[in-house]
Each structure stands twice: as C-alpha cells, then as structure tokens.
Design a protein around this ligand. Structure first.
Ligand code: SF4
Length: 545
C-alpha cells in the first residue's frame, strides 16, 4: 500500500504540486476502448472499467460513437455511482471509450473528468488518457492564441484539442494524432473515438500500459453455430479483457497508432519508438492488479518473486511474515517461501473505505490507517513479525501501522519493502509529490527506521527488482539471460527517460539533487504556429502512399 498521496495526472493539471488529500491510497487512471458493431458497447465498457476501478475512483466516463455522432456521459464518483441502467441503455453505438480517473484535489471537477470531447467545427472526438504530458503549458497557450477554447486546465484536454485542431487542418484523424504525438512529451496511453473508428496510441517509450484484445470472432466448429464477427478491445490492463471475455492479442507498441474500424485493424508508427522502452516498473510493484499480465508474466508472480528476492537480500529472524493488503500479500508469500518463516494473515483490510463523497470527520480521519486496516490480534500477539509492504513514500502511514501492530501485541516489527527507496518525483502519470515530502530523499534508512518505530527496515535493490520482472525491449543480439531492460526506474534512480523541462520540474527537486535528463529547453521540437505553415496534406506526410 502506498502510504501517501500518489496522484494520477494526465487527468489533472500537470502543474499542481504538493497536493495532499490525506495520507491515503491513490492510484492512476485507467482507459478502455471497444469496437464492436452489433453489441452493447456501453455495457462492455462499463464492465471493462469495473475491472480497472482500482486505477481511479474519483470520476468515470464513457463516450459512444454511433456512426453519426459521439455521445459522452461522465461524472464524479465510482462507476456504479456515475452509471445507471438507464444511462447505459441510452448510450447506443458501435464503438466506445471509457475512463476512470484519480485527479488532484484542485481538479475535482466535471470538466476534468474524461473522456474529453473535442469539437472543432465538424471534427468530434472523445479522448481517454492515462499518463502525464510535461510540455502542455506552452501548447495550451498557443492553442488559445489560435482561438481554441478550453474547459479545464488538464493536460489531457490539451491533447484532445491538439488532435482536433490538426485533424481539422489535415482532414485526417490519424494525421491529427500523429502530429500531436510529434509535439507532446511525457508518458501517455490513450484511447480515442470519432463517430466510426477507435484509435489507441502510446508514447514512444511505452511508459503507461495499453493492451489489445479480441472478443469472439472464432467459429465454434459446432454444426449450425453462427460465427460471431470479431470485436476488438483496448485496455490499460489484461484484467479488463478477462472480465468481458476477450483474449489478449498483444501490447500496443511504443509510438504506435492503432486504428480499428469497419476496414479492420490498421497499425502505423505514429512517431519512432525510443531506442529502449521505459515501461513504468511501479505497475508491477503496486499499480496493476495482480491478475493482470505484463510482458508475459502475471503481476502476482512478479510480486511473489520480489518477496523471494527480498528474503535473499535482507533476511531477518522472525516468527511470522505478514503482508500489508493488497499489494504486500504476494511478496509476503514469496518472502516466507524463501526464508522458511511461516506466512500468516496479520492485517484485515476494510474494502469499503474507497473514495466516497461522504468525507470522514476530522476525528475519524485522525484514525488514519485504522480506517483501512485492522490487526488480527490473535495471530500476531507475542510474535516477531516481518511486515512486507510495497513502498514507503512519505512514511506517515507506516508509523501508524507499526504502532498499531505493537499495540496489538507484536514482539518485534521488521519492515521489508519490495521496492527500492522512492527518492525522486514522477512526471509520467503518478504525482509522487515534491521531493521534500519523499522521506527517502530526506533521511537515511536508519533514520527512517527510527521514524517509523520499527526494529529493522530494509528495501529491495534496483537490480533485485529488475530481476523479478520480465525482460522487455532487450537489445538485439542479447537473448535470454540478459538483464531485464525496458523499464522506467526514475523514482528510484533519478534517471528520467523522457526529458523534463526545467520550468515543469525544477521546483519539485531539492537542492543537491541532480536528476538525469532535466532540460532547460522547452522540449518542443517546433511550435504549432510553425506547424500551421507546413503542408499538412495526407499525401505530403505519406509520400508514395
Ligand atoms: S518515475 Fe516511477 S512511478 Fe513514474 S513512470 Fe517511472 S517508474 Fe513509474
């Protein structure tokens, strides 16, 4: 369980920093898309979003295309709070996109909820975005100068408006997407529809996840059985394919634009893929559901292996291993398996303290972690515990957790974290707040141990973590056995795969920290005004096509 505000952006203003909405569990956004003529696309999207609800609980939305127009319904709240049976019945069409969002405190508005609708003259698109764009301030300014209106300060809306703007000029939506991909920087996985086609595209590093699945379309082989035409799904995680009965086909590739329509699937490289991909390794540590597969390995298995590795790297004598639900449970099982210390249940999670609009009173909020977790006193009294959690970010939740376990009778509390220390802020979809609030940027491990009141504390190494996730994007010529590559580890190492504009990131770093890839340039290859003067015709960008 992350122990501080880890906010999704790409759904919120990219400039908001230091927001703290309590010391609660925050995740990122989830996106979903379906192309399925003849089927109930709104309901398929609804169930897909249900599987992705863990990625965002603040707002939800579905946009449907029916061949003639695009309709959207979105609002603040969980999916069940936003959509009634009647809502789903009125959203009829052949294709849809959906979004679940967690945003910053200042952006809890209907306008910031997604999908974003962009209507510039006759171009109507609906966009769902997971990630953060780091250079949208300047792009927004230029679009406003060009007369494009904005409803929110969200970076996602800038992307939607850019796509609409260039589509209008080029008369090709795919070209509008491609030109937008050339201009924006950051981490993004996006799904988009117009009236008749579904698009899915991903940043050149593949930082945020996006998968393709197929629904039906295979003959059953039984006499008389009718062959259903295939339908296509795109989603942040494979668990969303499972819930609607779709089969995983492949990941959307870094820099790829996939178009799905009555003409079938068309793939093109929107922008060149980076030399080495940089998928967010925190998906495996915490964000993704354990039943999702990433890089061919289940997230559960990755977390289990992290626990095994942790036991090898930082063993300790104890009587029982417990995990902090939910993401700490698989690594706790792994730690127990390698150490030989029995695994046990030590903490029970109240699953119904999700984000609601009935805020707890100040007195209840002060109870903090007790709102979510309660110790199993019978199991832990008198025992030396190894407590496994996914990360320590600010540290305040862990203080309460250790105190709670001691009050419940634990003889010793040894904290083991199945990820390295979070020292650097994230700019690609997770707002881990300013660096001053990251405890590992401010204290040594021993000082953190003393702060949280544990008997011992240790973290998994970066190398150890990389050894537990599948190798992706391994360079040509390096086969099996080569170290796992292709992951962003910036929040542990300060090595940022996508350059961060100084104006965007500098105020998030503490003095003395020198991140790799902070740039003074605006990270903009050319501006929109220059783009305006270029030949935007389809033929110009597809010579010989
Ligand atoms: S900085 Fe950390 S949380 Fe952000 S994309 Fe990279 S690995 Fe993921």
């Amino acid at each position: 369980m992350l122990d501080m505000t880890v906010e999704a952006t790409g759904c919120a203003s990219s400039r908001q920093v230091g927001s703290t909405d309590g010391d609660t569990l925050h995740e990122e956004c989830g996106v979903f898309g379906v192309w399925a003529p003849g089927r109930d696309v709104a309901r398929i999207t609804y169930f897909g979003l249900k599987a992705l609800q863990h990625r965002g609980q603040e707002s939800a939305g579905i946009a449907v295309g029916d061949g003639g127009t695009v309709m959207v319904r979105k609002d603040l709240g969980l999916i069940d709070q936003v959509f009634s049976e009647a809502d789903l019945s009125t959203l009829t069409g052949q294709l849809a996109v959906g979004h679940v969002r967690y945003g910053t405190a200042g952006a809890k508005s209907w306008e910031a909820a997604q999908p974003h609708l962009s209507t510039i003259n006759d171009v109507i698109i609906a966009l769902a975005h997971n990630g953060t764009l780091v250079n949208t301030d300047e792009l927004r300014r230029q679009l406003i100068e060009l007369g494009v209106p904005f409803l929110s300060n969200s970076d996602s809306e800038v992307a939607a408006k850019l796509i609409g703007y260039f589509t209008q000029r080029t008369h090709h939506l795919r070209e509008g997407i491609r030109k937008t991909m050339e201009l924006v920087r950051g981490g993004y996985a996006m799904t988009l529809i117009n009236e008749e086609a579904l698009y899915a595209f991903r940043d050149p590093y593949g930082i945020r996840p996006l998968v393709l699945g197929r629904l039906g379309g295979e003959a059953s082989g039984e006499a008389g059985a009718s062959e259903e035409p295939p339908a296509w799904i795109v989603a942040s995680e494979t668990c969303a394919l499972d819930i609607v009965g779709a089969t995983y086909v492949r990941d959307i590739r870094p820099g790829e634009i996939l178009r799905i329509s009555a003409e079938g699937l068309v793939s093109e490289q929107g922008v060149p893929a980076a030399k080495e991909s940089a998928e967010c390794i925190f998906e495996q540590v915490y964000f993704a559901r354990p039943d999702s597969f990433m890089g061919g390995k289940s997230v559960y298995a990755c977390r289990y292996d992290m626990g095994c590795q942790l036991a090898r790297e930082v063993p300790v004598e104890a009587d029982m291993v417990i995990g902090v639900p939910d993401s700490g449970l698989p690594p706790a099982e792994g730690y127990a398996a390698v150490s030989g210390i029995p695994f046990g249940e030590g903490l029970i999670k109240n699953r119904y303290v999700a984000r609601t609009f009935i805020q707890p009173t100040q007195e209840l909020r002060a109870m903090g972690v007790r709102m979510k977790l309660n110790p199993l006193r019978d199991n832990i009294a008198g025992k030396r515990l190894v407590v496994i959690d996914d990360s320590i970010v600010r540290g305040t939740t862990m203080v309460q957790l250790v105190r709670m376990l001691r009050q419940a009778g634990a003889a010793e509390v040894h904290v083991r974290i199945n990820s390295p220390e979070v020292v650097w802020p994230c700019f690609y979809g997770i707002d881990t707040d300013v660096q001053t609030q990251l405890i590992s940027a401010n204290k040594t491990v021993e000082e953190i141990r003393a702060f949280i009141g544990a008997d011992s504390l240790a973290f998994l190494s970066v190398e150890g973590l990389l050894a537990c996730v599948p190798a992706i994007g391994v360079r040509a010529g390096e086969g099996a056995g080569a170290p796992a590559r292709g992951y962003c580890t910036a929040c542990f190492t300060g090595v940022y795969p996508v350059a961060i504009p100084e104006s965007f990131g500098r105020d998030k770093f503490m003095d003395g920290y020198d991140p790799c890839n902070l740039t003074e340039s605006p990270v903009l290859p050319r501006d929109i005004v220059q783009e305006k003067d270029r030949d935007h015709s389809w033929e110009a960008s597809h010579p010989g096509a």
